[in-house]
Design a protein around this ligand. Sequence first.
Ligand code: ADP
Ligand code: ZN
Ligand code: ZN
Length: 707
Amino acid sequence: MSSLLPDAAAGVPVPVLVALPAHSPLSARPLHYLHPHALPAGTLVRVPLGARQVLGVVWDGPEQPESDSVQLRAIGEVLEALPPLDAGWRQLVQFTARYYQRSMGEVALSALPPQLREVDGTQLARRLKKLDKAAVGSATEPAEAPLPLSAQQQAALATLQHQRLQAQGQPLPPALLFGSTGSGKTEVYLQAAAALLDEDAQAQVLVMVPEINLTPQLEQRFARRFPQHRMVSMHSGMTPAQRLQAWLAAHFGQARIVLGTRMAVLASLPGLRLIVVDEEHDPSYKQQEGARYSARDLAIYRAHHAGAGVLLGSATPSLESWHHSRPAGDGDAGGRYLRLCMPDRIGAAPLPRVRLVDMRQQPWQTVFSAALLAAMEERIARGEQCMVLLNRRGYAPVLHCGDCGWKSECPHCSAYRVFHKLDRTLRCHHCGFTERVPFACPSCGNQDLRTLGQGTEQLEEALAQQLQDLQRPDGSAIRILRMDADTTRHAGSLEQQLGQVHAGDVDVLVGTQMIAKGHDFRRITLVAALNPDSALFSSDFRAPERLFSLLLQAGGRAGRDAAIGSRSELWIQTQFPEHALFAALQAHDYPAFAAQQLEERAAAGMPPFSHQALVRAESRDQQQAQDFLNLALHSLQQYDPQGLVFGYPAIPMTPQRVANRERAQMLLETDQRQALLRLLPILSQLLQQHRPRGILRWAIDVDPLAI
Ligand code: ADP
Ligand code: ZN
Ligand code: ZN
């Protein structure tokens, strides 16, 4: 039999990563292509895959294909204009793929800007010319001077500086900046960045924010401070062309500051010296599809291996980061992070007073208690702003018939369709199924359909009615603005609405949690949270943590202007005013809340005291989905004879059915992360091998955030 291995004249095999479907048997390792000579790892190439030419990355090995019976195809084109992706980036990709149980090709290629997949060498050359033009002569305005630091800011920065000098090339421990809302964390980021950018002309700083709508504000502050340095953004709201330009600027080291959402953690940053993760507790840092990575956790990994610093900032840190930054004491060596505290607000009033309204004492179906309304009226009359939070969009979560009991269930999901009054639709927020509101009960013909519960549309309506006689100090009519996913769907609408609030055109802002985060609204002196109770008793053990942080962040929107802020208040309407979470909130005592939560988690062996992975499966049939998971778990046990990893039998997810797919999940838990990481690839293989026809999808979520 003659070997099909290429002869030397045809070239040498080069390992190349390409994007293959996640569970394809080929996807586990690089494919091999022929090239006249070897290419350095990290080189970008275009290679044939089936009938297409696709983008690929030359990888570190293996140098020979696994089997020599396959005819290798030739590399189509080498994108020579681009320097190879560096070893640090490749290591990050490898780690991400292995840790989150995805293929390296998928992770590598999805970390590159989509447009890079389409351009050939000639088109790329044109982009690069543009890039050079943008790089020259950008500094026209003088840089804004750094602010004189508060004592707490100074102490935080001094500690960081000291730590950097001490490290002498050793990896720096991650630093957690625990600072109240308004304590001036941004100034610490700016000055920490300035120190590095000044001393090293190659240094790059990556600044991450949880959400796109928070980038413009931070962008402005960095741009004013560093007009001499090129800065680029990276987030999903940019056009493909913009994303490519930003990526190239970072890859060539021209962009000294990269500001972005979670995707930015995978950018090519050859000069990376510092990563800032603002609002590090925010769940948006966790990717919820494909490779379900935590950008915060990857930032920590990446910084460690790049010899860069990492600065996590929050007023309500994740319990993980809080735990990892605990001080030493009592036979405990302490966490491996450094904790920096800035409890005081700068130039702002004290933190808002927290007022609880006991909704059990209110008339049935009260939306706004009389006391809350009165407090709002008082503020509006003074020309101050109020913010009302309710985490539910639409008019009412359920429409129902009092006669026969019909409810607005979604035919495709085990969930109710939400009543949207403005466009008179019933909409499923899970699968998107939308119909016009029926004129009469579809089941019995009764024309008197009723709503159950409230959404933001209803709040807007109720407020308009209840505040209709009220005027602004200048005698003009008051304005209520609703902001939620429905009002901000169109490009630019979010910015426009935020602009109205900043300009003072809005007296009452009603919205979902999107308005609670990060925004620096100067004139808000009252924030009200309506009905946050479901999180108190959720089956998800992280729900209280999220609620506490949401409420504290929301309260932090109030009283940022010292002149009026001393009167600022956070109102909470609840059925459980005696709950410990609210007591901690009233005292603005995150450490007390965290201590209590961590105690519970330790007792129950939950993260951060254990490590978890969640396996999900979808099928037309719930039993099949569960059986599939349980069977894999059963087979997995022979690979874990010591029983280091505990698997809970599969259960239905909530909602159980979405878009006619039955969903089940199975939780794995261990106090030994390595054991879990060793077993997951085996589990992955078992699932793939024993996947019956009816299983539509399955996925592994490592360190899941929502259970
Ligand atoms: P945080 O991110 O901690 O909530 P910010 O960084 O937004 O707080 O700071 C709150 C406000 O305080 C901002 O308007 C900022 O300009 C101002 N500020 C921060 N540091 C100082 C300082 N050292 N001196 C004066 N004002 C400051
Ligand atoms: Zn009916
Ligand atoms: Zn649905």
